[in-house]
Design a protein around this ligand. Structure first.
Ligand code: ADP
Ligand code: MG
Length: 331
């Protein structure tokens, strides 16, 4: 007797039909979704397209055996975070998938996590490609933004306030707890959502793009200081951060001073928006935060380029960044 394969095997078309084909939501930008040679999107007249791609490779960007539902969520979340950082509104996305096998037990939860976020953020899956190969997940998101309103990295000016959404550091603590790094303390359950299920700050990004005086923005994926460096370089400016102003998650309070600061400033995987705004826009930025139900905190200011990047202690003394060990997270 021939034994059936342990897991049902599907052909490519059946797999796409079962897991990745949905009716396009009414009223959105999708004229034609999955199933033809191309998808057709209709952006709002007068808008620019904002496009971003990310590729996630098993063993490199996520652990082999990572929970597929969380992976589906995160794959889309990190792409949507790029749209958020530009101030763009999502229109739809494509998914290129290389799979070692058509494994139902992986595909069903992966698609569930992916499409739940797609539904929640009104960003439908409109097409893609599916092939056999080492597990690789590649997404391209399409969004739209009014000309001249996209929040670019090169737009910061000396004198701007420096702002962060939400709070940083919890995803790094979650990683440390999961890995059993000796300095990490606390309850993994309290922080693991921040690592596994980041929520892109789309509403805030769009509210900021519509706010007069908001200038540069990016999303913090590699650590606050490192990503701030991209704004400083692109804009030709410096910055000062006040450590006392950094929003502190309760879970980080139990850490020693150095590791707390390391998580806050260099943790990574935060997917918060770091942005600059003219000082006169202070109230308007707070209003954008309220309108999008997202906490926003002023953490410092943009300075002339020769000021470099300074992190100020409680009493205003610059911390010795080079000796502070921010590279001990490098792996
Ligand atoms: P083609 O031969 O033109 O590349 P495919 O057979 O690869 O077409 O895909 C058929 C349809 O299914 C296309 O509309 C494509 O966009 C869509 N598609 C393929 N793979 C995926 C996927 N992983 N997610 C969503 N749509 C997909
Ligand atoms: Mg194809």
């Amino acid at each position: 007797m021939v034994m059936p394969p342990r897991l049902p095997r599907m052909g490519e078309f059946e797999l796409i039909a079962r897991h990745f084909t949905r009716a396009a939501p009414a009223g959105g930008a999708v004229v034609l979704g999955v199933g033809d040679d191309c998808a057709l999107l209709q952006p709002t007249p007068g808008h620019q397209l904002a496009i971003s791609s990310d590729m996630l490779v098993e063993g490199r960007h996520f652990f082999a055996g990572a929970e597929p539902e969380a992976l589906g969520h995160k794959a889309l979340a990190v792409n949507l975070s790029d749209l958020a950082a530009m101030g763009a509104r999502p229109l739809g996305f494509t998914l290129a998938l290389a799979l070692p096998a058509a494994d139902e037990a992986w595909l069903a939860p992966f698609a569930r996590g992916l499409l739940a976020l797609a539904d929640a953020q009104a960003c439908p899956l409109v097409g893609g490609d599916t092939t056999r190969g080492p597990l690789t997940i590649s997404l391209t998101v399409f969004g739209e933004v009014l000309p001249g309103r996209a929040l670019r990295r090169n737009a910061a000016r000396a004198g701007d306030d420096l702002w962060i959404s939400g709070r940083t550091g919890e995803a790094r603590l979650a990683l440390a707890l999961r890995r059993g790094e000796p300095w990490a303390r606390g309850d993994l359950a309290e922080v693991q959502e921040r690592m596994d299920r980041p929520m892109p700050r789309l509403a805030l990004g769009q509210a900021l793009a519509a706010t007069e005086g908001v200038r540069a923005a990016l999303d913090v994926s590699d650590g606050l200081l490192g990503d701030l460096g991209h704004i400083l370089k692109a804009s030709g400016v410096g910055a000062e951060i006040e450590t006392a102003a950094l929003p502190l998650a309760p879970a980080l309070r139990a850490l020693d001073d150095q590791h707390r600061l390391d998580c806050l400033l260099a943790g990574g995987d935060d997917y918060e928006l770091l942005f600059t705004a003219d000082a006169s826009a202070h109230e308007a930025v707070l209003a954008a935060g309220t309108a999008s139900a997202t906490a926003v905190t002023c953490i410092g200011r943009i300075t002339p380029a020769d000021g470099g990047m300074l992190v100020l202690d409680r009493d205003g003394t610059p911390l010795p960044l080079a000796r502070h060990g921010f590279d001990h997270f490098a792996d």
